[in-house]
Design a protein around this ligand. Sequence first.
Ligand SMILES: *[C@@H]1O[C@H](CO)[C@@H](O)[C@H](O)[C@H]1NC(C)=O
Ligand SMILES: *[C@@H]1O[C@H](CO)[C@@H](O)[C@H](O)[C@H]1NC(C)=O
Ligand SMILES: *[C@@H]1O[C@H](CO)[C@@H](O)[C@H](O)[C@H]1NC(C)=O
Ligand SMILES: *[C@@H]1O[C@H](CO)[C@@H](O)[C@H](O)[C@H]1NC(C)=O
Length: 615
Amino acid sequence: MAWSWALLLLLLLPPQLGPVLALRTPGFGRSGNHEQSPEENEFIEEEPVLVLSPEEQVPGPATAADCPRECACSQEGVVDCGGIDLREFPGDLPERTNHLSLQNNQLEKIYPEELSRLHGLETLNLQNNRLTSRGLPEEAFEHLTNLNYLYLANNKLTLAPRFLPNTLISVDFAANYLTKIYGLTFGQKPNLRSVYLHNNKLADAGLPDHMFNGSSNVEILILSSNFLRHVPKHLPPALYKLHLKNNKLEKIPPGAFSELSSLRELYLQNNFLTDEGLDNETFWKLSSLEYLDLSSNNLSRVPRGLPRSLVLLHLEKNAIHSVDADVLTPIRSLEYLLLHSNQLRARGIHPQAFQGLKKLHTMHLYNNALERVPSGLPRRVRTLMILHNQISGIGRDDFATTYFLEELNLSYNRITSPQVHRDAFRKLRQLRSLDLSGNRLHTLPPGLPRNVHVLKVKRNELVALARGALAGMAQLRELYLTGNRLRSRALGPRAWADLAHLQLLDIAGNQLTEIPSGLPESLEYLYLQNNKISSVSAHAFDSTPNLKGIFLRFNKLAVGSVVESAFQRLKHLHVLDIEGNFEFGAASKDRGRLKEEEEEEEEEEEEGMEEEDKR
Ligand SMILES: *[C@@H]1O[C@H](CO)[C@@H](O)[C@H](O)[C@H]1NC(C)=O
Ligand SMILES: *[C@@H]1O[C@H](CO)[C@@H](O)[C@H](O)[C@H]1NC(C)=O
Ligand SMILES: *[C@@H]1O[C@H](CO)[C@@H](O)[C@H](O)[C@H]1NC(C)=O
Ligand SMILES: *[C@@H]1O[C@H](CO)[C@@H](O)[C@H](O)[C@H]1NC(C)=O
């Protein structure tokens, strides 16, 4: 039948091609508007999508006649009764229905004969109803000998059906209250490919010992957000995706993963795994594993015996205090290493810990206790996030071998000006983005990398830019000096002389008394809010004809001290913000508010990082 072929084809296609080649019909995939659950992403990621090719969508006259009231029957055998507030199973369904959607209704109970007469069913979508285990007639499934897809997510099931047809390809029980699975719920189903069980109440005792006996083709098993303490035994060898996050795993029994040589993606984050719960062979046989997430556990070391095939390794949010010499070095494919929010000190990282990891390009070390830049950074690292540590200085050779670094974020450390070696950045010719915000610099350090596009030095104690600090930075697009103690006399016109591409300059929250002079012609956005600027002269913007936005909120401008013609020549200007000036009484109140806003902004930044952690 054309239908099954279309289906099969789509299941075999890589997911990103699906939507391009096919048109999704609402109501038949797992894509219903069920309530948001923490595993929402998995609904989106994993869902097998049932599709119709466009020409098949034309409704045939033959089906219109026996289509139940309020349902849509777009073609032979396809009945969509989704989202019509049904409280009872429709009694008048054509017997030859193949694809039935009843999602997003209020069904509590289905009688066995209602279901068993539909023996041609291939797809049954019941997700997002109120079905309980008592209301679901398990004996009826015996008659559905063509059933391939069964969607029961977002119901009130407490026990899985004891028996499901052996023709099943995909089963979804996510977001129910399941405490028990039986041997033939998923066992003896040679075609079964994917099983979704996340957001249930399954504990170890609720799973049968050989849950997938006779179902050796299962490729996707999602068991996240349950109460499992052990990894289930005898997992099907064809698995390529296994999600066990948000459980109560403490230990992974020896051999639990030893048959899974096709596994590519293993999610174990947010459990209680400790060093003792793993051994050096736990992951060893996973020879296809590319993505391993062990974040938010209780590990204190990087586990030994990780597979060499790993590309992405999540170890953040543990209690890791050391990375030994040879635990990571065999993982030659490693590209992303996420170690943030641990307890790493610089001496806990062995100088050879990253040796030879030529593909490693992204490393997150933020939120640790590093008191200096660790030695032996991977040579090809391009992104290094090392913010929120306790680094107090940058030595001459800290970045002497990381020639490929493009993004370096050192914000929120304790770096002081005398502790930045003037040659510290000499090798960083590829660096595009440098963030030194939230440190204790009192001058902009000399020897900054010349090719950066974005330089952030917000919230330091800057009173001056060292002479020539910005010299030669012809690539600089954005410069942030927000929240320092800069006065106008510290910013002579020579300071900007080389910044031929500067588009954004942010000096908000300093102590400027006038608009800086000699700003580059390329400048488009100038942020000067919350300073002490008291006048705008007629020639203030002569050197910057391309300005699009000028922000002068909360300064000390008085009526009469602003020469309006200064702005008239700015043909591209579309934002001029001078609120919070002119009336000194109200201004002090507004200042208070600005401070709050800034603090909020800071919190948001931090939250942003948290968000990233979660991903
Ligand atoms: C697996 O299924 C076969 C029948 O196919 C049965 O003989 C065997 O006992 C089952 N094994 C387990 C461990 O349940
Ligand atoms: C794991 O450690 C044991 C004993 O320390 C050793 O015999 C074994 O070879 C190690 N296995 C791997 C895969 O490194
Ligand atoms: C894991 O760590 C958390 C916090 O660090 C602690 O509360 C919990 O008791 C630890 N659990 C185990 C099993 O060690
Ligand atoms: C450095 O990291 C912080 C926190 O994630 C972020 O807000 C900031 O934009 C980063 N700096 C750069 C230059 O990207």
